[in-house]
Design a protein around this ligand. Structure first.
Ligand SMILES: Nc1c(NC[C@H](O)[C@H](O)[C@H](O)CO)[nH]c(=O)[nH]c1=O
Ligand SMILES: CC(=O)[C@@H](O)COP(=O)(O)O
Length: 231
């Protein structure tokens, strides 16, 4: 049986995960300049080159981290692959409240699925009135057994009262509970913003598209569960 051993992880899985996710984002935006350019170029050429599915000779990523590294063949690192998407199924729960924002987030998510070869017939989009309702729908979808991951999209924008805090906190804990109770990754793609400008900037504006990032997270988690954590 093939063992899931990564040779290239050095100081921490988490640090490279964040670098890699950032890379995918940058890849979409076409930006390649960064102090971490060398490491990033590795991942740009070979998405998730540290992935458990990529065996072989140590990579330059490892060499750059030699002093922090505790490389050993006995340690297994299990990481989802964003390139192994075949057969993965996703549900996207979208809140209609602040629809101008949530539609743009959804579009970002669907574009990412397309870019990573997730088939349209493997995606269901489920609409709910507001972010408060996302959790219960995500729980139902997660428990249905039909999906490898559920993406939750909403936009909570601060008003004059404390209502914002109630809706934002409920949305976050609802999505968290949905994942924990269903055992299916439920991804938090709910914006919590002070004003509409902040929200639009994160829905395809100058701060990127959080829906696209949520979709990439969903793919990675779906792959992790399907290829490494299923019993
Ligand atoms: N104010 C926002 C809401 N409010 C609506 C609630 O989510 C919910 O639908 C209602 O309280 C009925 O249960 N929803 C958002 O998504 N964003 C907001 O800014
Ligand atoms: C999420 C919200 O808080 C918002 O729509 C409600 O606004 P307000 O606090 O002015 O009632």
């Amino acid at each position: 049986m093939a063992k899931s051993v990564s040779w290239s992880l050095a100081s921490s899985v988490h640090s490279q995960l964040s670098v890699s996710r950032h890379n995918h984002h940058q890849l979409e935006l076409g930006m390649r300049t960064s102090p971490l350019n060398f490491v990033k170029r590795q991942s740009l050429n070979s998405p998730l080159s540290f992935s458990s599915s990529c065996m072989g000779a140590p990579t330059p990523i490892e060499d750059t981290n030699r002093h922090h590294s505790t490389r050993t063949a006995a340690v297994r690192h299990l990481v989802g692959s964003v390139t192994k998407t075949q057969g993965l199924r996703f549900a996207v729960v979208v809140a209609r409240f602040n629809e101008i924002v949530t539609k743009a987030l959804l579009e970002g998510a669907l574009n990412t699925f397309k870019n990573y070869s997730v088939q349209e017939e493997d995606i269901d989009v489920v609409w709910v009135p507001g972010s408060f309702e996302i959790g219960v729908a995500a729980t139902k979808l997660g428990k249905s057994g039909k999906y490898n991951a559920v993406i939750c999209i909403g936009a909570v924008i601060r008003g004059d009262t404390t209502h914002y805090d109630a809706v934002a906190n409920s949305a976050a804990s609802g999505v968290l509970s949905a994942g924990l109770n269903s055992g299916i990754p439920c991804i938090f793609g709910v914006l919590t913003c002070d004003d509409m400008d902040q929200a639009l900037n994160r829905a395809g504006g100058k701060s990127g598209n959080k829906g696209a990032e949520a979709a990439l997270t969903a793919i990675e988690m779906a792959s992790l569960f399907e290829h490494h954590l299923s019993s």
